[in-house]
Design a protein. Structure first.
Lengths: 238, 226
């Protein structure tokens, strides 16, 4: 198996504890090229922890993770970050920088060479060109979420990790984010998307994984299932 | 190495741009430092001769307390809205974050020192002279040392719930060598004594800087782990 065809992300028996609480308990999960996984679970099920582990923001307490078919060393983790796009609970934006400056700063951290062109394109994609010179702190919640999405996609990541990406977005905003995700992920990009907004996520995903108390309670393809039907999956059923 | 330098400069540039765009917040640091010196001035009513003995302490109390405020502010910005995640997700050595923060903290402290030192000399009626340029290496070495150890601890405490309270508790004991060296060397310089009387204090500061900068490169990655 080559690095190109191998999993974009692989968790092998990953556990993560916070003191006495086991947020993740022996999780085995792989995201392969082209695979878009909807991560479901009640509050505290471990969705955010799994995404943060996958993003290399948290180390597993036990088990190992690997990205893009590479090894598990610290150098491999550092290199992998260039291929990961993360949209989490925080906006990650600097209020005192303008909208365009936030994107330029992010492009600089990623060492992108064609910064100006990418920033221009990203502003167009999320419909923020007319706000490019406004401080990010003046954006509404929904517009800030659009800018956060632009930041997460700017470096063209192969693996997208999305934690409640539709929060604060109106219907046009959701449609715009869905279109960007489809475009950016293409045929080979992978995605792990945690949300309670199943309807908005549904057109994007092909597999559903349900977490319950830090364990995988269900893992199946979306074929033959509809958004209303996920409520009956193990781990979500009352 | 190039990517570390580039990222560190980017992070420092962003911090300083933030300071300039929030002049009220930056001004509060300057006002605080000046207030410390003014309060000591009125409390002790020092003559120029007494300033040589007590002035170094007054100066460095103002500089170090201002440094703690600058450190807390610099890292609080990253804690809010999970911004530190954005930095940690960049494909750069994590030491770039440390060096970027050290650079911006040094710049803020230097800006305060540039105003503070002449003002203290004027207030305490101490004549300007050759001591001012000789004080520069003392200010530089000790500012870098304090910023280095401060950024290392601030990085740890910023991830805790009451990091703003924890930072000075950890930082002040660890910066005793810096405070001691800075005050002693400044005293010798204000008294117009020759370099060989205080060279060992400069050497202590330089060694402290090197140790903490090297330690931070080795430890910073672990300090950032949850």
């Amino acid at each position: 198996m080559t690095a190109e065809s191998g999993p974009l992300f692989e968790a092998r028996s990953v556990s993560r504890r916070f003191g006495a609480v086991a947020a993740l308990d022996r999780i085995d999960l792989a995201v392969r090229p082209g695979e878009r996984i909807l991560l479901l679970g009640s509050n505290g099920a471990g969705k955010t922890t799994l995404l943060r582990v996958a993003a290399t923001l948290l180390r597993p307490t036990a088990g190992s993770i690997a990205h893009f078919g590479a090894g598990t060393s610290e150098a491999d983790r550092a290199a992998a970050r260039g291929g990961i796009g993360y949209l989490g609970h925080g906006s990650l934006l600097y209020d005192d920088l303008t909208v365009a400056e936030n994107l330029r700063f992010h492009a600089g951290l990623h060492g992108l060479s064609d910064r100006a062109a990418r920033v221009e394109r990203a502003l167009d994609e999320v419909g923020l060109r007319d706000r490019a010179d406004d401080p990010a702190g003046t954006l509404s919640r929904g517009l800030a979420q659009r800018l956060s999405a632009a930041r997460a996609f700017l470096h063209r990541p192969r693996l997208m990790l999305l934690d409640e990406p539709f929060t604060g977005l109106d219907r046009p905003g959701v449609a715009r984010l869905q279109a960007i995700l489809r475009d950016r992920l293409g045929e080979t990009g992978g995605c792990l998307l945690a949300t309670h907004d199943v309807v908005s996520a549904w057109p994007l995903v092909g597999r559903v994984v349900v977490l319950a108390q830090g364990r995988i309670a269900a893992d199946r393809a979306t074929a033959g299932l509809d958004p209303a039907g996920v409520a009956s999956l193990p781990g979500l059923a009352p | 190495m190039t990517s570390t330098v580039r990222a560190a400069l980017l992070i420092a540039g962003r911090d300083l741009r933030g300071e300039l765009r929030r002049p009220g917040a930056s001004l509060s640091l300057v006002v605080f430092a000046l207030l410390v010196v003014v309060v000591f001035h009125f409390a002790f009513d020092l003559t120029s001769a007494e300033f040589v003995a007590l002035g170094p302490g007054v100066l460095w109390v103002a500089v170090l307390f201002t440094g703690v405020l600058a450190l807390d502010r610099g890292f609080r910005v990253e804690r809010e809205e999970g911004r530190i995640d954005g930095l940690l997700l960049a494909p750069m050595p994590r030491s770039a974050l440390f060096f970027g923060k050290v650079l911006s903290t040094c710049a803020v402290m230097a800006a305060v020192e540039i105003l503070l030192v002449p003002l203290a000399a004027i207030l305490f009626n101490h004549p300007f002279g050759g001591w001012l340029p000789r004080l520069l290496p003392v200010l530089m070495l000790n500012t870098v040392g304090f910023a280095a150890v401060g950024c290392l601890f601030a990085c740890i405490t910023t991830q805790t719930r009451r990091g703003d309270l924890l930072l000075p508790i950890l930082l002040f004991p660890a910066s005793v060598p810096i405070a001691l060296s800075a005050v002693r060397a400044t005293g010798h310089i204000l008294a117009s004594r020759p370099l060989d009387r205080y060279a060992h204090w400069l050497a202590l500061s330089a060694a402290y800087d090197l140790i903490f900068l090297a330690a931070a490169v080795l430890l910073f990655d672990h300090a950032l782990d949850d």
